[in-house]
Design a protein. Structure first.
Length: 242
């Protein structure tokens, strides 16, 4: 059996997300996905009353902000404790203690410095080698992530980093599994490289999620003015560079 999974999606529990878990599931199914991982920023979505179809996998996830970048915790048994000191090493330990897999998220989106990640080698389980938003700030971000994963023999994973519905499925991984279950997915991540696919998302969708962030923060007119300039820039990038 082959499953197609988007391993990095944000809900409205994130400061810049706008989708409820139910809306994420609906959008993912419409995109032809077999499952998603909801990975909110340093928090966990409220799944109370959320109906998950029998033929769909909702993968436990979280995106932890650390001193060495963002780390995804996937497939944990219980929500991991979030380190207050922002230590990447402590975050990985917490994910493992919760029974989860620790994955570097878009490690080269903001920096090309591979040396900074040296303390994490030997503790990670995987690397997000395709993130549909990462190339906006560094066009080589995904290539560098893929090379890092290959060099250190880490599982290559992929996710859209979606904050709005139409981004869901922009990146995904296809894996072979024995059955449609979280345990089978975990085994496939660790022992089957799978195939990752994706396309770079629209820049304007980044602007849309920044709008959501400003609205949730109750930002003043000045920040909305700066946002408008940013949105125009994103629209131009979509028109001339995508």
């Amino acid at each position: 059996m082959i499953l197609t999974l988007d391993l990095h999606v944000h809900s409205d529990a994130s400061f810049d997300g706008r989708l409820t878990p139910a809306e994420i599931i609906a959008a993912a199914r419409a995109a032809g996905l077999d499952g998603v991982a909801i990975c909110d920023h340093d928090t966990f979505p409220d799944l109370t009353g959320v109906s998950v179809p029998a033929d769909f996998l909702l993968i436990p996830g979280v995106e932890i902000s650390t001193d060495l970048g963002h780390i995804l915790g996937l497939l944990y048994d219980v929500p991991p404790e979030l380190p207050q000191n922002r230590s990447a090493v402590d975050a990985i330990d917490a994910i493992h203690a919760a029974g989860g897999l620790a994955v570097l998220a878009h490690p080269f989106q903001h920096s090309r410095d591979e040396e900074r990640l040296t303390p994490l080698i030997g503790t990670l389980d995987g690397v997000e080698v395709f993130n549909a938003r990462a190339a906006r700030k560094n066009r080589d971000a995904n290539d560098l992530a893929s090379f890092f994963a290959q060099t250190h023999e880490l599982a290559p994973l992929a996710g859209s980093d979606a904050h709005v519905a139409r981004e869901i499925g922009n990146a995904f991984i296809r894996i072979h599994v024995k059955e449609r279950s979280l345990s089978a997915v975990r085994e496939a991540f660790l022992y089957d490289e799978g195939s990752e696919f994706g396309l770079n998302g629209r820049h304007i969708d980044v602007a849309r999620s920044q709008w959501t962030k400003l609205r949730k923060q109750g930002a003043g007119p000045g920040k909305y003015g700066k946002w408008a300039l940013f949105a125009i820039k994103c629209a131009a990038e979509d028109l001339f560079r995508r």
